[in-house]
Design a protein around this ligand. Structure first.
Ligand SMILES: [Zn+2]
Length: 171
């Protein structure tokens, strides 16, 4: 199979949306990594760590129980920069095909009430680091963007090389 080269993204031109950031071949099938980008990096406020942790728990639980997609979900987790999350799925769907799942997931989070799933001493590595009200606010904001004006295409630029000669990757 032909693989697209992974690319560095011009972070000064990112707007919230859904982007394919990697395409890998594993065991004869594709594995696709999506950037689920919730805020404009370095311009809008990043997601608060507590809210991002709650979004991680609520949406991981939702997508791993989604009847259409649960068998294709490999990974869901937050970006270290707190401007979004990574979604890794089996196969090679397009961002537009992922978008309805993300709208369902973020609308679920936006209206979620009750205990955050897994936010207990037994199930979580930092169970007090949660904020459901802010998670709901951020999820509602992003779901609205996905419904009304989703962006699916990154602006690309050259990868940088570190002082030690290594190529930089952020995912
Ligand atoms: Zn946790």
């Amino acid at each position: 199979m032909e693989l697209i080269p992974s690319f560095q993204v011009d972070h000064t031109k990112i707007v919230p949306g859904i982007y394919e950031s990697r395409l890998d071949e594993v065991g004869g099938d594709y594995v696709t990594t999506f950037d689920i980008r919730m805020t404009t990096p370095n311009i809008e406020p990043a997601i608060h760590p507590n809210a991002m942790h709650t979004i991680e728990h609520v949406i991981a639980t939702f997508i791993r129980n989604d009847s259409e997609w649960k068998d294709r979900i490999i990974y869901w987790g937050p970006m270290g920069c707190l401007t979004g999350s990574y979604l890794i799925v089996k196969g090679h769907p397009t961002p537009a095909e992922i978008c309805p799942l993300m709208i369902r997931a973020f609308e679920h989070c936006a209206s979620y009430t009750g205990e955050v799933p897994g936010a207990t001493l037994l199930n979580c590595g930092n169970y007090l680091l949660h904020d459901l009200p802010i998670a709901r606010y951020e999820a509602a904001r992003y779901a609205k963007i996905l419904r009304e004006n989703p962006c699916f295409e990154y602006t690309k630029t050259a990868r940088i090389t570190t002082n030690e000669g290594m190529t930089f990757f952020d995912s």
